[in-house]
Design a protein around this ligand. Structure first.
Ligand SMILES: [Zn+2]
Ligand SMILES: [Zn+2]
Length: 113
């Protein structure tokens, strides 16, 4: 094998690694988050590099929050962390709606917290 061939070989090997790595990473990440279509995402990732990764990140990261205490990924609308039990929201004293920690007014009944 001459130098040119080994360079081409290494480059295609790295590309293959990134290609498979992206798919594997998406699959593991989706499984971690109990995503329903973990395998579907992984297969999709094989056919559309790197668009699927960007779409995947936008979809999964956009609809969740992070626990300030333990850093766990949480679904929106929760008031406690399902991993460590820390408070991540508050309940409106007037109507019982779930409010974010940073909100001063309840969006449902306009009560000041
Ligand atoms: Zn937590
Ligand atoms: Zn309220």
């Amino acid at each position: 094998m001459n130098l040119g061939e080994s360079v081409i070989f290494s480059v295609s090997f790295i590309i293959l690694l990134i290609w498979l790595g992206q798919s594997l990473w998406i699959y593991l990440d989706a499984r971690n988050r109990n995503e329903r279509f973990a395998l579907g995402w992984a297969v999709l990732a094989l056919f559309s590099v790197p668009v699927s990764l960007i779409v995947y990140l936008m979809l999964t990261r956009g609809r969740e929050e992070k626990c300030k205490t333990c850093g766990a990924h949480l679904e929106r609308g929760l008031t406690i962390c399902t991993n460590c039990g820390a408070d991540i929201g508050k309940i409106c004293a007037n109507c019982g709606s779930i409010m974010k920690e940073s909100w001063n007014y309840c969006p449902s009944c306009k009560n000041k917290y």
